[in-house]
Design a protein around this ligand. Structure first.
Ligand code: FES
Ligand SMILES: [Fe+2]
Length: 442
């Protein structure tokens, strides 16, 4: 068992860089973090009818997510039980059954083995097909059209796992009467960095924006006066950060502005739907949909850029990003199109902001090839000791500023608890004690 207390000390804001590079730690993460957590699988709009399926990954494990004939959704490992070939090799589609391309074993929509070629001649009719279906994802939960799954029978319910983060997830998922849908197709690309750099930044890091994204702003805004004003706004705008159960979110608060970065069509549409948006979740929640978010461990989104993604880990030094653009289901084509093109420009493999972020993460990963570089502790102490509970009546643990690393420390705390092999019950107990201590010292 790894001594996790040597690796991260959330209470002191210290991180040992080996957590981003060590192959042994990475293997332990697959087992202790990813195989125990609730992971995003698919959205309703990707599975419009019975037989609709999409590929997903639970960390490195490929899974198939399939709409059943009764409307429910099942997920199972995309691994044939004969010799382990992928059962289905298409990214998405509609199927009546899945036939392995290697030797032709066939599985139905529920993932049951239904046909074995030459069953009589080759197997002498002795194979019990009911034993040889792919491994099922035992728990799949539908939260407002978002399907999450976990391998862990002992994990808490999805609601309990999400905790107060539900407020932020619903600010995106439950914003409109007609819901949201994903623009068809995911954008997928590889970044040579550890998954935690991406997940942590989306959980906790508004701080990089004025520095890292200046180049993008310079490219986008020609007028130096407006550029200076934008920079000033970044430094002075009020904001909040949320942390709970390892999840994190941060957002700027600009009273009375329903944020969008897409363009005039979407702005006008949002304005016309202001009453509806406020009615669904309250004005505060609507205005808080203006920032960055991560549901632990690796599902992230940016509200105003309409991008959501999973950071699939690919070894300690690489991730495969799967990103989708979300749009209001009820919006007309022009609005959806404006959002789509704006998201491509800002957050996609060649997006002006996305490339700034990826550049930072790959550089750090390069630096960490150094022996001495891997020995130097990182500082995650911003705002340490200034965490507050329930600022402005917002649910959960919220600070009075978005420039803090409370959510990063929260993420590494959950990571450390899971990596230590603690049971979910022990983790819940520890969290309660930590919160009580915080109330006492506050
Ligand atoms: S590996 Fe799938 S049928 Fe042989
Ligand atoms: Fe960024």
């Amino acid at each position: 068992m790894l001594d996790v207390s040597e690796l991260v000390q959330p209470e002191n804001g210290l991180i040992h860089p080996s957590i981003y590079t060590d192959p042994e730690i990475y293997q332990a993460e697959l087992e202790q973090v990813f195989a125990r957590s609730w992971l995003f699988l698919a959205h309703d709009s990707q599975l419009p009818k019975p037989g609709s399926f999409v590929q997903a990954y639970m960390a490195e494990d490929p899974v198939l997510v399939v709409r059943q004939r009764d409307g429910s959704v099942k997920a199972f490992l995309n691994q044939c039980r004969h010799r382990g070939m992928r059962i289905c090799r298409s990214d998405e589609g509609v199927a009546r059954a899945f036939t392995c391309t290697y030797h032709g074993w066939a599985y139905n929509l529920a993932g049951e083995l239904v046909n074995v070629p030459m069953q009589e001649r080759a197997y002498h009719n002795e194979i019990d097909k009911s034993n040889w279906g792919p491994r099922r994802v035992p728990r799949v939960h539908n939260h407002k059209g978002f399907y999450f799954g976990t391998w862990d029978e002992d994990a808490p319910s999805f609601e309990e796992y999400l905790g107060d983060m539900v407020w932020k997830l619903d600010a995106m998922a439950d914003r409109y009467d007609e819901g949201i849908s994903l623009v068809p197709g995911a954008t997928k690309w590889v970044i040579d960095c550890n998954w935690k750099f991406a997940a942590e930044q989306f959980a906790s890091d508004m701080y990089h924006v004025p520095s890292s994204h200046t180049s993008a702003l310079v490219a986008l805004v020609e007028d130096p006066q407006i550029l200076a004003e934008l920079h000033e706004l970044n430094l002075t705008v009020p904001g909040r950060q949320f942390s709970g159960n390892g999840h994190g979110a941060g957002f700027a608060l600009r009273p009375d502005i329903l944020p969008s970065q897409s363009g005039p069509e979407f702005d006008a549409w949002l304005d016309a739907h202001r009453e509806e948006i406020y009615r669904r979740g309250g004005e505060q929640r609507a205005l808080a949909a203006n920032g960055h978010n991560t549901v632990f461990p690796n599902f992230s989104w940016l509200d105003i850029n309409n991008t959501m993604r999973v950071w699939h880990p690919r070894g300690p030094g690489q991730i495969e990003v799967w990103a989708w653009t979300f749009v209001p289901q009820g919006a007309p084509e022009e609005v959806r199109n404006e959002i789509r093109t704006s998201t491509i420009r800002s957050f996609s493999p060649a997006g002006v902001f996305e490339t700034d972020d990826g550049e930072n993460w790959t550089e750090i990963q390069q630096v960490l090839r150094g022996h001495m570089a891997r020995k130097s502790l990182f500082n995650a102490q911003m705002g340490l000791g200034h965490e507050k509970q329930g600022t402005d009546g917002m649910p959960g643990r919220v600070t009075d500023d978005m420039y803090t690393e409370m959510a990063a420390r929260g993420m590494y705390q959950r990571w450390a608890d899971l990596m230590s092999g603690l049971s979910w019950q022990q983790i819940a107990e520890l969290d309660r004690n930590r919160q009580q201590q915080e109330v006492h010292t506050a």
